[in-house]
Design a binder for this molecule. Structure first.
Ligand code: FAD
Length: 357
């Protein structure tokens, strides 16, 4: 029997397996899909934290302060650890003065972590039940890909959401963790995502970043009933959470013509509108404005299993990554960052804790 069984070969699972292997442990990694990487492989690869802990608390006020403290204090060392594994950095910093971190090439990051995790990655072999005789670390990526769980916990418009993530994240970790006696975290209804071009737009896995419609603050945002989004702030996360709860998970972004030249990160609003139009989304151009129909794209769930600061869920069961909730509650913090820090931390604790169930 292995020293540690890991469910999921995405960011958290591969990090955990690499950490356990570096500690001399015999690790088995189950992966549901035909290749490793999960949503990490589709991501922008920016691993980050808030510069100031107080800012983290303000941005994510419902999160557990002990988990937030661990993430804040450990991320920089863990980034060094990732670099030392050979994960390719393609950019230093995040471009946001409030945060610090680095951008990795997602394919190279996956490769470096899979190599460090070792040969025991069992592809197309989902973990369906808890193994006897070994501690288990749940890292199955949350439940964004389960319309049933999203309907129960997030929105009754679940079937209309666009899945902006890898398809494996169907809530297996949550089910297994709760079944073992674990508890749900705070914020089970919160999601991270982006407004995306609405159907009939065609969106390939490689376009999930480029087709995001990130200009709500420069638009009038309405639902199909003409109801208007009143922004608490203009964070894209707030807008997508609102959109997810509107009829058919749709929102219309009407941009006054004079706002098309506004820049958001490295693109103009006009370029994002054109990208949506090319993808086939309904776009209506008039002299004074342009209106794009968008759909809420769910990237990951922010609620999940409750963990203690060692990553423990229940006797013999640990978790990391999007299977864990209660870290970014009320806002957003880097999912890759949390997967990195808690993947390492939970692997070490699971090896020390063993099978106490
Ligand atoms: C387009 C996009 C852009 C993003 N950009 C960023 C970014 O720049 N910065 C950032 O911090 N975050 C970003 N994210 C989010 C980030 O990718 C996730 O937060 C991160 O991958 C979560 O890690 P994880 O290990 O929990 O899940 P994943 O990386 O998705 O891995 C979970 C794995 O578990 C597997 N699995 C599921 N069920 C089972 C089972 N029963 N048994 C075995 N395996 C199972 C899945 O198939 C998957 O491979 C982005 C995501 C997307 C999609």
């Amino acid at each position: 029997m292995a020293d540690l069984v890991v469910a999921g070969a995405g960011m958290a699972g591969l990090v955990a397996a690499a950490e356990a292997r570096a500690r001399g442990a015999d690790v088995v990694v189950h992966e549901k899909l035909e290749r490793p990487g999960g949503s990490m492989r589709l991501s922008s690869g920016v691993v980050w934290r808030y510069r100031e802990f107080d800012r983290f608390r303000r941005e994510c006020p419902g999160g557990d302060p002990a988990l937030q403290r661990a993430l804040h204090d450990r991320l920089d060392d863990d980034l060094e650890w990732l670099r030392a594994l050979g994960a390719p950095v393609v950019g230093e910093g995040t471009g946001n003065p409030l945060t610090t971190g680095a951008r990795f090439d997602p394919a190279g990051l996956t490769e470096a972590l899979a190599a460090a995790a070792g040969p025991a990655i069992r592809l197309r072999d989902p973990l369906a039940s808890l193994p006897d005789g070994a501690p288990v670390l749940l890292a199955t990526g949350g439940f964004a890909a389960s319309p049933e769980l999203v309907r129960s916990h997030v929105t009754d418009q679940a079937e209309d959401l666009f899945l902006r993530a890898a398809p494996g994240a169907s809530g297996d970790g949550l089910r297994l963790g709760l079944g073992a006696g674990g508890e749900p975290s705070a914020g089970l209804g919160e999601i991270y995502g982006r407004n995306m071009p609405a159907p009939p737009a065609r969106i390939a896995a490689g376009d999930l970043v480029d087709l995001a419609q990130l200009y709500a603050r420069h638009a009038i945002v309405t639902n199909s009933d003409g109801g208007r989004h009143i922004a608490r702030n203009w964070s894209e996360i707030d807008v997508v959470q609102w959109t997810a709860r509107q009829p058919r998970a749709r929102a219309w972004f009407e941009v006054p013509t004079e706002n098309l030249a506004e820049r958001v990160r490295d693109r103009t609003v006009g370029e994002m509108v054109e990208a949506a139009e090319r993808a086939g989304a309904p776009v209506r151009r008039r002299r004074e404005s342009v209106t794009v129909e968008t759909v809420a794209g769910i990237t990951s769930t922010l609620g999940g299993l409750r963990i203690d600061p060692s990553g423990r869920v229940a006797p013999g069961v640990w978790a990391a990554g999007s299977d864990v909730g209660g870290i970014a509650t009320g806002g957003y913090a880097s999912g890759l960052g949390a997967a990195l820090v808690f993947g390492r931390l939970a692997a070490a604790a699971a090896l020390a804790g063993g099978v106490d169930r």
